[in-house]
Design a protein around this ligand. Structure first.
Ligand code: G6P
Ligand code: MG
Length: 224
């Protein structure tokens, strides 16, 4: 194992909840409602793809011009960014800082593969930017998750092969992306959902993201 590539929202901190709140408020403003089950489909998906899924779910996708869609996406992002102003280092999920320290101590490279254009701002607010050897810019990735492209780009920029990487994700689309990239997939979340998506191991809480356990799990399935 030479690198660990992290998703951000819902893995490093609770911003997945902020996305849910902001999307639901935007949807409610145009008389669409959705629940947490539907929200699972939005996780890991780009801003515009998420909006299209919501409009499709509400049966109104053809009623909006590209310009109106931009306005809706902007209004969601404005609310989301204002929620981010509350974010502080104490909001890093349990176990993450310890894992980042252990990875550094063991010379394992660290990458970020988040679809979020707000990723760098979030890492700054949490005070952990310096841990990351590579932060992939999602604006330069043509095919979003579940395509493997963003994880493959992270590996390429880190100078390692995909088979030498562990990817950590909380979204079904993200687990699929990791597996299609030929990496070892660690799912954080509900066992059924993560297993169905193809996760190699599932942890219900980030507290369980312990370096030695990850290494053991990786070694069991990989000769590298
Ligand atoms: C992540 C989140 C998604 C979010 C996407 C784009 O993948 O899981 O919920 O829609 O990033 O985020 P952004 O901050 O660019 O709107
Ligand atoms: Mg996520």
């Amino acid at each position: 194992m030479k690198a660990v590539i992290f998703d951000l929202d819902g893995v490093i901190t609770d911003t997945a909840e902020f996305h849910f709140q902001a999307w639901r408020n935007m949807a409610n403003s145009i008389h669409i409602d959705f629940d947490r089950e539907f929200n699972e489909e939005l996780k890991g998906i780009s801003r515009m793809d998420s909006l299209n899924k919501i409009l499709d779910y509400g049966g109104v996708i053809d009623n909006y011009s590209d310009e109106q869609k931009e306005e809706l996406a902007d209004s969601k992002n404005n609310e989301y960014v204002s929620l981010l102003s509350e974010l502080k280092p104490e909001h890093i999920y349990p176990g993450i800082k310890k894992l980042l320290d252990a990875l550094k101590e063991n010379d394992i490279k660290i990458g970020l593969a988040s679809a979020s254009k707000n990723g760098p701002t979030i890492l700054d607010r949490l005070g952990i930017t310096n841990y990351f050897d590579v932060i992939v810019n999602p604006a330069l990735i043509e095919n979003g998750k579940p395509a493997p492209d963003i994880f493959l780009k992270a590996a390429l920029d880190l100078g390692v092969t995909p088979e030498e990487c562990i990817g950590i994700e909380d979204a079904e689309a993200g687990i699929k992306a990791i597996k299609d990239a030929n990496m070892f997939a660690v799912g954080v979340g509900t066992v059924d959902v993560m297993k169905k998506a193809g996760a190699d191991i599932v942890l219900e809480n980030t507290k369980e993201l312990v370096f030695s356990s990850l290494l053991d799990a990786f070694k069991q399935t990989s000769p590298l």
